[in-house]
Structures are given as structure tokens and as C-alpha cells.
Design a protein around this ligand. Structure first.
Ligand code: SAM
Length: 225
């Protein structure tokens, strides 16, 4: 038990448990993310496709879509996740659904490491699809805005960022319009947003600009819990 005044750290393995319940809000959110990922892959230009997932957790989204997607053989996916228990689950699921763990087109690379470091992506950007799911609710606004800025380095022209953000219905101010504005000030156009009626929110933004060179050895964000 934590003593008064101390805050228990979030267990990022246990965090995934509501995915087991198809009626949970997290499962609804996953359905949005996987639908949008399918669309982004459907629309990706012919040839190799780079798919990046930051703070990938157990990879439910990517590993749920790739096995049946017609572009599977073109996609090189890189999942970056800090907690080794989660990357172990991702590896097991990848094997179970018949995906090859490796590097290059037709494979999924599962990296146990710090997704905040630009060095994780130096050989992989610009990517055609960037997943930033389950991140923005865990960092300060200044870091969220910084990440939208780094998306102009991570994302290829025409590429899609798929993101999630809780709407925090209890608070007067909905953070989603602010997040959309940060993307849209940086050359992204909104292509989809989930319904306002749910606490969970998923959105997609397509990059219309030219990617900036990746800043070397930078830290993009810090989780606050
Ligand atoms: C809210 S969960 C989201 C997981 C997954 N993206 C999803 O939507 O199912 C956040 C994840 O970020 C991971 N994480 C936190 N800080 C990280 C960091 N600096 N680098 C990589 N992963 C990190 C946690 O271990 C956790 O699995």
C-alpha cells in the first residue's frame, strides 16, 4: 500500500487488462484505432510502407491489423515500448498470428526501449503511419505540443498520425481541440475524429508538409505517471 502523500506508479502491464473486455471503453478506442490504421494502410502509396508505434504497449492495434491486411508484405513496422513485460506479450502475439519479428518489409520489429528518444527512429523516418496512442494523457501540455512538432520529423509527406487523447469530460475544457490545433498549425490536416459523445477520443491527421530532418539525440517527451 502506498503511504499518504506518495503516488503509486501506474502499472503499464495491468493497464492493458480492459482490452480483454469487448465492452470496455479501451476496446471501443482500439476499434477506432484499428479501423483508422486499416484505412491508412489502404491509402498508402504502392511500395514499402513504414509504420511506427510510439509507446506501443502490447501492440494490440498493429498486431490486430497486419495479419489480414493486403499490404502486410509491404509494411515494415517498428513498435517501441519501455516495459519488457509488454514487449514480451507483443512478441508472443506476433508469433501466434503468424507475423515475422524482424526488420524490413513484411516484418514487425519490437523494440524494448525509450520511445521518447529520437535516436530510436533515426534509421526509420519519415514513416508513412505514426501511431501515438495512449501517450498524450500522460504528459504535460508543453510536451504534447512538442510531440506534434516532432511529428513533422517522424512523418512522411502524405503520411498519417493516428493519435488518442482522453476528452476529460469531468473538466470544463476539452483538450482535443487544442491538440488538433497544434497538429494543424504544423502542416497536418484533420482526416478523422471520433464522436464527441465518448470520453475516449481518437483522431487522424495527414501531413501535407515536407518532413524536417530528424533532430539527433533529442528527448521528445516525459511521462508524468
Ligand atoms: C497508455 S499505454 C498505451 C499502450 C498502447 N499504445 C495502446 O494504446 O494500447 C502507454 C504505454 O507507454 C509505455 N511508455 C511509457 N513511457 C514510455 C517511454 N518513454 N518509452 C516507451 N514506452 C513508454 C508504457 O509502458 C505503456 O505501455
Amino acid at each position: 500500500m502506498s503511504s499518504p502523500g506518495t503516488k503509486r506508479k501506474r502499472d503499464w502491464y495491468d493497464w492493458h487488462a480492459p482490452y480483454d473486455d469487448p465492452s470496455s471503453g479501451l476496446s471501443r478506442r482500439l476499434a477506432w484505432v484499428t479501423d483508422r490504421l486499416r484505412v491508412a494502410l489502404d491509402e498508402a502509396p504502392a511500395g514499402p510502407v513504414r509504420l511506427l508505434s510510439l509507446c506501443a504497449g502490447q501492440g494490440h492495434d498493429v498486431l490486430g491489423v497486419l495479419p489480414d491486411h493486403p499490404r502486410r508484405g509491404d509494411v515494415a513496422a517498428r513498435l517501441v515500448e519501455f516495459d519488457p513485460r509488454n514487449t514480451e506479450v507483443a512478441r508472443q502475439v506476433a508469433a501466434r498470428v503468424g507475423l515475422t519479428v524482424g526488420t524490413g518489409p513484411g516484418t514487425v520489429e519490437i523494440v524494448t526501449g525509450d520511445a521518447s528518444l529520437t535516436s530510436q527512429y533515426a534509421d526509420f523516418v519519415p514513416a508513412d503511419v505514426v501511431l501515438a496512442c495512449g501517450m498524450f494523457g500522460n504528459m504535460a501540455d508543453a510536451d504534447i505540443e512538442r510531440v506534434t512538432g516532432y511529428c513533422t520529423q517522424l512523418c512522411a509527406t502524405g503520411g498519417t498520425v493516428i493519435w488518442t487523447r482522453g476528452r476529460s469530460l469531468k473538466h470544463a475544457e476539452d483538450p482535443v481541440p487544442r491538440l488538433c490545433a497544434w497538429f494543424e498549425e504544423r502542416g497536418f490536416e484533420r482526416t478523422w475524429l471520433s464522436s464527441r459523445e465518448y470520453q475516449q477520443c481518437c483522431g487522424t491527421h495527414r501531413f501535407t508538409g515536407t518532413p524536417e530532418p530528424l533532430e539527433r539525440d533529442a528527448t521528445m517527451f516525459t511521462f508524468t505517471r
